[in-house]
Design a protein around this ligand. Sequence first.
Ligand code: ADP
Ligand code: MG
Length: 296
Amino acid sequence: MTEPNRRPFIICQDLFKIYKRADLEVVALRGIDLVVQQGEFLAIIGASGSGKSTLLNILAGLDRPSAGRVWVGRRDLLAMTEADRIAYRRKEVGFLWQSAGRNLLPYLTAQEQVELPMALAGIGPFSRRKRARELLEMVGLGDKARRLPHQLSGGEQQRVAIAVAMANNPPLLLADEPTGELDTRTAEEVFRALKEVNRNYGTTIVLVTHYPGAGRWADRVVRIRDGRIASERLQLPSFRADEQAREEEFLVVDQVGRVQLPLEVVKGLGLTGRTRLIVQEGRAVIAPAQEEGHAR
Ligand code: ADP
Ligand code: MG
């Protein structure tokens, strides 16, 4: 898209999401501040459990934040009525899931998949046929319009899903690890299709990804760590493999200041019975209760 008329399209201010599960509170988002420009293609990276899907679901109107503010276009997502929310989800956001199976219906051809949301929106057969063709061309599948999902590769299915998500021309396209199940070459094709959509329609795209090549396609890559935006970078060629490895640490301090660790980590510590937290040379150490004396 052309640079001059860029303006903020998404604004997140101090966004919090707290999930309550039994006696445990999981703080999935802890003060997200993020601005996405109109027509920007933004990639979000971060370790599993860092809050990426939570953020995307809030932007999609599928979930509500616990605190903070969030605007998409002119809409205040917290102030929406239920009717607004339904209209928003139908017309103003396209969503692409990781699994192609979740994006497509098994018994419809590519052409029919793309036409369906238009038919539901009341668009006539001639217009929707034309637009479906145009969208399938754009994602590089003009010649496969008559195929059923099982006659397409995983990457091709995801490209059909992009065309479906764009059927009613939403200004925002959200994608949660859309290439998570694909190999590198196929992932590149999906990114190319997303870039085409972004360029041709000026669609704002927010995508969660683990794909290291994402930085070549996105305008900007931001990292989310423990429910916060950890770093923002512009035009990153590709994020580094060692940084990805470091992402795997995971630590949550909940609202009342308790540290929460994933169960695998706790099991890996080989702790049995009661556990104590000891402060040793300025570091917090978790140890079995009986070792407390030695540690001091
Ligand atoms: P990511 O997409 O980065 O892997 P998520 O947004 O799915 O992370 O999850 C962030 C945190 O919130 C994780 O600790 C996860 O277990 C927790 N979480 C996500 N959804 C729920 C839910 N519905 N109920 C309780 N906890 C949840
Ligand atoms: Mg996720």
